[in-house]
Ligand binder design. Structure first.
Ligand SMILES: NC(=O)C1=CN([C@@H]2O[C@H](COP(=O)(O)OP(=O)(O)OC[C@H]3O[C@@H](n4cnc5c(N)ncnc54)[C@H](OP(=O)(O)O)[C@@H]3O)[C@@H](O)[C@H]2O)C=CC1
Ligand SMILES: O=C1O[C@H](COP(=O)(O)O)[C@@H](O)[C@H](O)[C@H]1O
Length: 492
């Protein structure tokens, strides 16, 4: 049975309330938390966007979104009506003075409520929105601002956003969201490493040969071509989600679960990432772009058609990287990262591959000894598997076979896994920043990624093509195989 600690009543102001993220993720997440009674009906959701609209019209749009994106079994008429009644709509233009006084007047009706401002808009609006909130008297000590990723487009723009927001809000009230940190299985990395000494004792270069992190998607750019073509896989997935995963795997034990203690350790990892020098870029990185192929058994167009039929784009929809962490713990242990759109399966998985035995009593010509591997499945079918060699039962001689110790989280706990946004939104109301990125983390991540982007931009060749439905360019396979290793492909 899941446990939900009730949160204090709040006025959640969602900027960008007509947008895709709000409709697909934020409203469903708030609905599910309301349904579980984690917050009281005295809370309000103040939906804000530029479009002029009455509250009733917005509620109808919200209802349509909930019917589409909430599990049907969770939608009952009474809860739905109760939830929609919490919503008010206010037209505000972030770039003019329109609507601000009316918005602040709504907030002043309940000065005692916690006040999360969720900025689900383009990042260029984060600074102006926060500055206007301050100027119009909309901020108070219980205010928190939630910044969606990407925080900027590069280091300079990330700093500019952080400065503009930081001028009016203290760091403790700024929540830079990375929804991967809200995934249960990602949080479980802390439990795996620091609540189970058997693993932590093995967690270093003496025992680990290498680490793989794969985040594969079958979808293409899904109507977000305008954003994606300016971004690409490195900015969209690596700078944030994948580096955060790497940090949780590679960091030292924090001194506590306190937000800054955890973030201090992640920051050290980001600062220890070995920079990829321009002459190493072809050995340590591979970028790709999908061409027409298949997804989930159906033919699909290529990337250029998906973004509107342009003739050429240098944007990568796939990236594979070999990353090294300069520390005693990780000396000589590569972290191989790969992510892409239009890959064969949707899967996010971490593989910790341990070293082979220094000496084997099992003759090589008779026994194919596989290295021990710890597989951590983040999604779907969340779970873990420890692969080990076992003697096949029977009197016919000694035969070894790879087998696995498996845990399926769903079977073990028997509950629905909440969407990441559900947990993160409640943490915002509680004021708990542990699962959010601190300013220096975001800037350190940009600091590592940016030289790579610059080197790529100087190369005329651009990303390598790969057929939609394949595992990316063959150069990504070559990159890891040059090191005598291979990408792990799970069986299902
Ligand atoms: N969609 C997704 O799955 C994800 C999105 N994100 C990030 O979240 C943010 C929002 O994304 P998404 O929902 O897709 O974007 P959309 O383009 O769908 O929505 C943008 C929203 O911003 C509002 N807006 C634009 N200009 C102004 C303005 N001047 N004043 C007030 N409101 C304005 C729009 O209002 P109006 O319609 O009235 O113009 C609309 O509600 C982006 O930073 C994106 O990168 C991050 C992860 C995933
Ligand atoms: O932030 C983003 O993440 C999604 C993938 O998230 P997941 O939870 O479905 O793994 C990705 O599709 C999108 O491009 C990116 O902006």
């Amino acid at each position: 049975m899941a446990r939900f600690l009730p949160v204090a009543p709040f006025d959640c102001v969602v900027f960008g309330a007509t947008g895709d993220l709000t409709m697909r993720k934020l409203l469903p997440a708030l609905y599910d938390r309301f349904r579980d009674r984690q917050f009281s009906p005295t809370s309000r959701i103040i939906a804000v966007a530029r479009t002029a609209m009455e509250t009733e019209e917005y509620r109808a749009k919200a209802e349509a979104a909930l019917r589409q994106f909430v599990t049907p079994a969770s939608l009952d008429a009474e809860t739905l009506q109760g939830f929609l009644a919490l919503i008010r709509y206010q037209t505000v233009d972030a770039l003019s003075d329109e609507g601000w006084a009316a918005l602040v007047a709504i907030l002043k009706e309940r000065p005692e409520q916690v006040r999360p401002f969720y900025l689900a808009t383009s990042p260029e609006l984060y600074g102006p929105i926060c500055q206007k909130l301050a100027r119009h008297g909309g901020l108070h000590p219980l205010s928190r601002v939630v910044l969606e990723k990407p925080i900027g487009h590069d280091l300079a723009s990330a700093r500019a956003i952080n400065n503009a927001v930081g001028e009016v809000m203290p760091e403790s009230q700024i929540f830079r969201i990375d929804h991967y940190l809200g995934k249960e299985t990602v949080q479980n990395l802390l439990a795996l490493r620091f609540a189970n000494p058997i693993f932590e004792r093995l967690w270093h270069a003496d025992m680990i040969d290498h680490v793989q992190i794969t985040v594969a998607e079958t979808v293409g750019v899904e109507g977000r071509g305008g954003y994606y073509d300016r971004s690409g896989a490195l900015r969209d997935m690596v700078q944030n989600h994948m580096l955060q995963l790497l940090c949780l795997l590679a960091m030292e034990s924090p001194i506590s679960l306190d937000a800054d203690a955890v973030r201090d350790e992640k920051l050290k990892v980001l600062r220890a990432l070995r920079r990829v020098e321009p002459h190493e870029v072809n050995s340590f990185t591979v970028r790709g772009q999908y061409t027409a192929g298949a997804a989930n058994g159906h033919p699909v167009p290529g990337y250029l058609a998906d973004i509107g039929g342009t003739e050429r784009s240098l944007t990568e929809t796939f990236v594979a990287l070999k990353v090294q962490v300069n520390s005693w713990r990780w000396a000589g242990v590569p972290f191989y990262l790969r992510t892409g759109k239009r890959l064969p399966r949707k899967v996010s998985e971490i593989v910790i591959q341990f070293r082979t035995p220094p000496f084997s009593i099992f003759p090589r010509e008779q026994h194919d000894l596989q290295p021990n591997r710890l597989l951590i499945r983040l999604q779907p079918e969340e779970g873990m598997r420890l692969e080990m060699m076992t003697k096949e039962p029977g009197p016919g001689g000694l035969h070894l076979r790879p087998t696995g110790l498996d845990i399926s989280f769903e079977k073990t706990f028997g509950i629905r896994y909440p969407d990441a946004y559900e947990r993160l939104l409640m943490d915002v109301v509680r004021g708990n920043t542990t699962l959010f990125m601190r300013r220096d983390e975001v800037e350190a991540a940009w600091g590592w990624v940016e030289p790579l982007l610059e080197t790529w931009a100087e190369r005329p060749e651009g990303p390598r093509p790969y057929v939609a439905g394949s595992w990316g360019p063959t150069a990504a396979i070559a990159m890891i195989e040059r090191d005598g290793r291979t990408w792990y492909e799970s069986e299902d």
